[in-house]
Design a protein around this ligand. Structure first.
Ligand code: ADP
Length: 262
């Protein structure tokens, strides 16, 4: 059974979203959203699919979204002049919104900086942000979010680089309808975006970070990993580690992967 488009529309009508494109099955919601954004989609437009056949992670990695199993959607953002200086915080805004909606379900989520949500140390949701450029300016951002709702959304263990789980596994019973979970995420997102420029956002994001006070490794491409104790965030959302000589090491976004360990 695919998602119920009518109940989806009804639920979303309670929020101030731009527009909705729903698909039973699609290649990638981000691809559709990038094309729609380039055609002038209004702010907070959403592309949502029950199934993705070519869902993407960062680099060339795949994001698994079998039908009737999870939430996969892309949100289009048109930044206002006031928000432009703070766009590096967008991934935190998205992660915090997803984490808060997991907290509402009685779970204790953590954000694996920069783009994943862990529940009990296992990956439950991920974020992929892509940009539509207009010359040297950002025209719009597309925030892809994937959440494992039912057990069937968890990929086979052979394809995983990091353990994965679903809300159903962690709650231990039937999770709320996917429309309701989506509503919770979007509601939190719209609310936090109003405070995107505030220290409050950085603080709330920092408090949700996984591995705080622990030794971690940061892998970037083939370079040897950076190691240190995970301290917190800089005001632009960069990660701050404490190196072995008590020195601060700042890790900026990019295709970096965080792992526990020394
Ligand atoms: P990471 O943030 O861990 O470096 P990405 O953000 O690029 O990884 O996400 C892609 C990776 O996530 C894939 O290579 C795969 O190992 C894993 N993955 C794919 N689909 C899912 C899913 N539905 N749930 C959890 N993990 C997934």
């Amino acid at each position: 059974m695919y998602m119920n488009e009518n109940s989806l529309k009804k639920t979303l009508s309670k929020l101030n979203i731009g527009g909705l494109r729903y698909f039973n099955s699609i290649g990638s919601t981000n691809d559709e959203a990038l094309a729609w954004a380039a055609e002038g989609a209004p702010d907070l437009s959403i592309v949502l699919a029950d199934e993705q056949t070519q869902g993407r992670g960062r680099l060339d990695r795949k994001w698994f979204t079998p039908k009737d199993s999870g939430l996969a959607f892309s949100l289009i953002l048109r930044p206002t002049a006031a928000l432009r200086p703070h766009l590096s915080r967008t991934v935190g805004l998205a992660a915090l919104s997803m984490a808060e909606s997991c907290s509402m379900l009685g779970l204790a989520p953590r954000i694996k900086w920069p783009n994943d949500i862990l529940v009990n140390g296992k990956k439950t949701a991920g974020i992929l942000i892509e940009t539509v450029w207009s010359g040297n300016d950002i025209d719009s951002l597309v925030i892809g979010m994937g959440i494992n709702v039912y057990k069937s959304s968890v990929p086979p263990v052979e394809v995983l680089q990091f353990p994965a789980t679903s809300l159903e596994d962690e709650i231990g019973k039937e999770p709320p309808a996917r429309e309701e979970i989506l509503f919770g995420i979007l509601n939190a997102f719209i609310d936090w975006r109003k405070r995107m420029a505030s220290d409050e956002l950085i603080k709330a994001w920092e408090e949700m970070l996984a591995f705080r006070g622990e030794q971690v490794q940061i892998h970037a491409g083939d370079e040897s990993p950076i190691t240190g104790e995970l301290m917190g965030l800089e005001s632009d959302g960069s990660l701050r580690l404490r190196g072995s000589h008590d020195n601060s090491v700042i890790v900026r976004f990019g295709d970096v992967s965080l792992r526990p360990g020394a």
